[in-house]
Design a protein around this ligand. Sequence first.
Ligand SMILES: NC(=O)c1ccc[n+]([C@@H]2O[C@H](COP(=O)([O-])OP(=O)(O)OC[C@H]3O[C@@H](n4cnc5c(N)ncnc54)[C@H](OP(=O)(O)O)[C@@H]3O)[C@@H](O)[C@H]2O)c1
Length: 336
Amino acid sequence: MLANAPVNRRIVLVERPASGFEARHFGLMEAPAAEPGPGQFRVRLTHISLDPAMRGWVTAMRSYLPPVEIGETMRALGAGLVETSNHPDFPIGAAVSGLFGVQDYAISDGAGVEHLDAAAAPLQTWLGGLGMPGNTAYFGLLDVGQPKPGETVVVSAASGAVGQIVGQIAKIKGARAVGIAGGAAKCKALIDQFGYDAAVDYKDPAFAMNLKAACPNGVDVIFENVGGVVMDRTLALINKGARIALCGLISMYNAEQPVPLSNLVYVLRMSARIQGFIVFNYRDRYDEARAQMLDWYRTGQLRFVEDVREGGVAAFPSVVPLLYSGGNMGKLVLKV
Ligand SMILES: NC(=O)c1ccc[n+]([C@@H]2O[C@H](COP(=O)([O-])OP(=O)(O)OC[C@H]3O[C@@H](n4cnc5c(N)ncnc54)[C@H](OP(=O)(O)O)[C@@H]3O)[C@@H](O)[C@H]2O)c1
């Protein structure tokens, strides 16, 4: 290690939360940044992606990735620039993204790391619409939801990283897009910024009635990000042969008692299909999504909103809880 190595600050998990994230669940460590070995490179992170999945990653339950262990650097997707390199495919200055963790500097051998086109879009956008959330919207809607022109697509957490894009793709494909979000300001943004045909506030006591009014022809596709009561009320409106793309269940991530679904019976009566999916299943097709999303973005058919927070790595414990209280609008990103 060089004597003049920069300081790397990183966030480690110190305790598994029983419900929501609190500052005491994390610790801040500082040490000189490691030097890359043969075949490795060092990335100086510029942005860290904050994702609802983080709550699942710190839980010791069976999942698609092993849990983050106590004392380990908190897992996170990030973007940055290669600063020092012993790897021919990742020269100094290259813009990259990968699972670099919540830290200032990451060492990598290139496994799972993607090159980013910094001229096409800012790095923060490569963590949002042109990155994992964009891929989630693209494959979840088109592969799992399969909307047809004229059908009604209902999207929950519709103003968030994934939801804002699902509605726009649904519109591109000729469907009617109905978004669900918390509060009047977010519902206004669904219409004004993200092109939804209708917006429904799930915090309004008349939510179920308003949702029904917003879907006069019933619901053909549910892009489910929330679960619980929001999902249950939407299930009551599904048409025969509806597809439910189960993307996320954020209302349940911190809940000690999950809300039972009383309207599951409509899945049976309407011969509907519920399918869960994880974006990483589609890794082999990311190039397809990236090319299409870039084209829609360049031609102005897709717009992406990022909610970029300052404060660097040390701010992670105070910023990540925003995801679970509706404190973000668009893709939540921490600037390093
Ligand atoms: N399957 C996959 O591969 C995959 C990949 C990425 C994301 N996801 C899932 O997709 C969902 C959205 O992720 P995202 O990254 O786009 O996050 P996001 O929507 O940008 O942020 C989370 C939003 O969820 C809403 N929310 C939080 N707690 C809620 C509750 N108790 N009830 C109702 N709404 C609540 C809030 O919006 P309001 O203000 O509207 O309440 C909040 O802003 C999450 O469930 C996530 O786990 C899945």
